[in-house]
Design a binder for this molecule. Structure first.
Ligand code: SF4
Length: 227
């Protein structure tokens, strides 16, 4: 692994006071949650939101949207999807890729929803993650965007920002999500996803982070370790 890449994963974690300062600066400089905030897998109800999130694995947003739209034109309830032939489901969700695996998981999720949850999408992380095909990121996205809970969903941008700055640590997005939850003060959990996501896109970009003008560079572990 290159020197630059090694340094992309912070070796140190920020102290609680620094975490507080970083979030205060995010609050001052980045847009937070708005009443009309829509999840990346923008869907009008919890079931559709879960399905779209599941379909989004290793898929571009526009392909996920096309797959979701095609599937929901055929059925948009657990029972409705279970009634469809696997081939029909696979054909509909083909744009999202991995369609055979996703078809199997989708049907298992529908079955579990009906058998274990009365057909209602659970609102807890534990309940959501008990559904086949729903991992930590999907669970947190659904909790945050669909159920309006104060949860910081960790995607690739948030994961990168956390590990560079030393805000949180984890080799996987799920590990980073747990570290971030443990280390984030409650007041910052409502908007944290929005601040860090926007910051990761606009300032701490993957290939060309704007370190020299970054408003948290005095706190950042990655910046401190630069040659
Ligand atoms: S200084 Fe800012 S832009 Fe550079 S790595 Fe740190 S957080 Fe990202």
């Amino acid at each position: 692994m290159s020197q630059a890449k090694r340094k992309a994963f912070a070796e140190d974690l920020l102290k609680p006071k620094q975490v507080e300062e970083l979030y205060r600066l995010m609050e001052s400089n980045m847009p937070g949650r708005t009443p009309t905030a829509k999840g990346p897998k923008d869907q009008p109800d919890p079931f559709r939101s879960c399905v779209s999130c599941m379909l989004s694995a290793q898929s571009r947003d526009q392909n996920t949207a096309a797959a979701s739209q095609a599937l929901f034109a055929l059925a948009d309830t657990p029972g409705g999807i279970l009634a469809l032939d696997d081939d029909v489901v696979a054909q509909a969700i083909k744009p999202a890729g991995l369609y055979n695996t996703k078809t199997r998981n989708l049907k298992k999720m529908c079955r579990a929803l009906l058998d274990d949850h009365g057909g209602v999408v659970p609102q807890t992380r534990e309940g959501l993650m008990s559904l086949p095909g729903i991992g930590r990121k999907c669970a947190d996205i659904v909790m945050s965007f669909t159920f309006d809970h104060d949860v910081i969903a960790v995607d690739t941008h948030v994961h990168r920002v956390c590990n560079r700055t030393g805000l949180a640590q984890g080799k996987t997005e799920a590990q980073t999500a747990q570290s971030l939850e443990d280390r984030t003060p409650d007041w910052a959990k409502r908007d944290g996803h929005f601040w860090l996501l926007e910051f990761g896109k606009k300032v701490c970009a993957s290939r060309a982070p704007k370190c020299e003008t970054c408003f948290v560079n005095h706190l950042c572990v990655f910046y401190a370790g630069r040659d």
